[in-house]
Design a protein around this ligand. Structure first.
Ligand code: GLU
Length: 258
């Protein structure tokens, strides 16, 4: 039940670092094993993450940052938070992403990425590696269709000068988007967190949208530049069997909800 969030701020309507801190604090309720932020800035992508709770990272997160970014608070399902490579945002060689959910066919997805070497144990790495490194002929929809498990995904492409923010909800894991009149976009795992973040930052949304399962959006300069519906794979159970190879305190509890 990790928490994910993102922002694309227009005309400095909100201070990006402040919004990132607010999201880290609010999303902490969905996972305290680790937290992180990634953002576009001056043609590069920066990542700050650690195996500390969101509110603790928020306290350390003081520097001004770029206006497009993603945020994560982790409730680890696979891959110890003590290895920072397992924590989000995950950089798979330019594509930097955050994931809420659990992927049960991670090895299968990674097998398709011939020129990519797995860096960590976390299941999420596989879906981002697939997005970035599967054969160039494979479309986004064909990639999405192969993912087994639960996923809401947000990602940045380090090589993208237009600072695009990508958002996709596959199965189960929730995702909400709000946009202000000025065009600034904020995303969060739940509507309650999204609205509270807006309140704490002193902004109002012109509309709020709940992503459907299978919905993908490309967000550029505060515009919804593209919307696509991904074909969903066969629905998988919410509790994928997994051979956890790390301390049980990080395993999902019985009533785990993604
Ligand atoms: N499976 C991912 C991880 O272990 C995401 C966790 C979650 O959404 O609960 O980091």
């Amino acid at each position: 039940m990790c928490g994910i969030g993102a922002f694309q701020i227009i005309n400095n309507e909100i201070e990006a670092a402040k919004l990132a801190r607010v999201l880290l604090r609010l999303l902490e309720a969905r996972g305290t094993d680790a937290s992180g932020v990634a953002w576009h800035e001056g043609g590069q992508t920066f990542v700050q993450k650690s195996n500390i709770a969101g509110s603790e990272l928020a306290r350390q997160f003081k520097q001004p940052i770029g206006s497009t970014g993603i945020v994560h608070t982790r409730w680890a399902t696979q891959g110890s938070p003590e290895n920072n490579d397992n924590n989000h945002p995950i950089d798979v060689g330019g594509l930097v992403g955050v994931h809420n959910g659990h992927i049960s066919n991670d090895n299968e997805l990674l097998a398709q990425c011939e020129n990519y070497k797995r860096a960590a144990k976390v299941d999420s790495e596989a879906v981002f590696a697939l997005l970035a490194h599967a054969s160039a002929e494979t479309t986004l929809a064909q990639k999405a269709e192969q993912v087994r498990g639960n996923a809401a995904l947000l990602w940045l492409d380090s090589f993208d000068e237009s600072e695009t923010l990508h958002a996709m909800r596959l199965q189960s894991s929730p995702l909400f988007l709000g946009q202000t009149k000025m065009g600034s976009i904020v995303l969060a795992s739940t509507k309650a967190i999204l609205l509270e973040a807006a309140k704490r930052c002193g902004i109002e949304f012109d509309f709020v949208h709940e992503f459907e399962e299978g919905e993908y959006m490309k967000l550029q300069h505060g515009r919804i530049a593209d919307v696509e519906n991904m074909p969903l794979p066969v629905r998988m159970p919410l509790f994928p069997k997994h051979d956890y190879s790390y301390a049980s305190k990080y395993a999902a509890p019985k009533n785990y909800y993604y």
